[in-house]
Design a binder for this molecule. Sequence first.
Ligand code: ATP
Ligand code: MG
Length: 555
Amino acid sequence: MEMEAASKNFIEQAIEKDLAEGVYDHVCTRFPPEPNGYLHIGHAKSILLNYGLAKEYQGQFNMRFDDTNPTKERSEFVESIQKDIKWLGADWGEHLYFASNYFPKMYEAAVKLIKKGKAFVCDLTAEEMRKYRGTLKEPGKNSPYRDRSVEENLDLFERMKQGEFPDGSKVLRAKIDMASPNINMRDPIIYRVAHMHHQNTGDQWCIYPMYDFAHPIEDAIEGVTHSICTLEFEDHRPLYDWVVRELEYPMPPRQIEFAKLYLTNVVTGKRYIKKLVEDGIVDGWDDPRLVSIAALRRRGFTPQSIQKFVELCGVSKAHSSVDYAMLEYCIREDLKLKAPRMMAVLKPLKLVIDNYPEGQTEELEALNNLENPELGSRKVPFGKELYIEQDDFMEEPPRKYFRLFPGNEVRLMNAYFVTCTGFEKDDDGSITVVHCTYDPATKGGNAPDGRKVKGTIHWVEASHALNAQCRLYENIIDEEKGVYNEDGSLNLNPNSLTVVENCKLESNFAGVKAYDSFQFVRNGFFCVDSHDSKEDALVFNRIVSLKSSFKLPVK
Ligand code: ATP
Ligand code: MG
């Protein structure tokens, strides 16, 4: 994929300044997902950004599971997340870490703060703590437990760890400043009691660190230099800095925030995707209408298309939404030259060539990709009975309709000119068969006398045709009408999935495998469905249609 000679983004500038000033002598980034769901396109941005920066500065990229919260995490997600990141092309080498393995070091860190007089055990209830915290306008009040001695704090914290106290009865708090204008700095909780089983550490711990305390320690332990996160953590940065400073790490990591990626017409929030899955509105986390990485892969997106998309989105400090059409643009661009272009008829109508010899077929040569000769050519069977698209015939054509209608001549792609001579209808008046004659002299699609036709249509020879189911998708949320209804439910598009049965495919589709992608000429890009497609019952997902009004934003 071509690299644009764009100017450096603000994160690259910060890194280069740090390297120039000797703040760090290397670059180490990380991607720190919580294993509580599948990754989505927003995460892809974060993954490729962190991985890309590590690569750009010959640094290290760490894959770290932020599994410090025992309630929501599941090992199923630990597997899927690794698979998705590998598929995206981000390689962590041997640098795979689990934050829960640092629990002993986090405990030591908390003890160190207590010994420095920078942390205390507090017995206020959650309700009382809220009252003491103050508001954005008013300062908070010191907890009555704030002045406990170091000895008493050490003893109580040790006993919290031993399991002497019930959940919620005691917490460890950082001793910072109850009058700080930043509420995150008003003696935040750093450890809580929770008698819970953890998927990695089992029942070893009944106290667990809070995110704002754990995260900077994880970064520092691993030697991360630039801890890149999304904007909602901007107000937490002073606490991040406080933690790494008070713990006296020799080369403390620096937090840098960027704006989350939002896409129009689709749901990206883990919570909402979960709801769609749990309510059975979609067929699992990888339903091709979703934008989880697994769903995009199943739909037929490629890692290269997502890399390109993320690159085009850029990195910024300002929140904005990107049009889903840009993602579609990226996959079209990626598949344009890579995918073979073959013939498939989605809504078949029989076409009979009355002057073609009965019982005979021949093989015609067809290029696999007109724009990329490297993909070579193939043989396509041709005969007396073909399928064409229902839309490619009209009994009474409107103006500027150049396809088949009585008396009109068109080109059958890669084959011959045919002239429509008539049609048959059933009792309800729907057209069942179209008749035509062909001109054997036009083999290959050109007339020796130089006469022209205005329409070219695709077709599939009937006796060799394969059957397939094709799934056509629209966005699951219609943004025009708003993402939410008045009652707060999601405003779902009822046409987000159309299943088309009995599509007819040229015989060259025999033997396709899951994830193989093709252009169905004139119909779009399609990918073999990895769940449901069988050798004798092919299922394709439409990745994207061929045309779009999308224009690349000018930077
Ligand atoms: P969600 O908001 O979808 O539930 P999350 O932030 O809870 O996601 P985490 O597993 O905590 O998910 O996130 C891992 C990393 O991915 C974090 O560094 C987070 O900032 C980043 N990330 C999450 N969503 C986006 C997004 N939409 N755009 C860019 N980065 C994101
Ligand atoms: Mg999160």
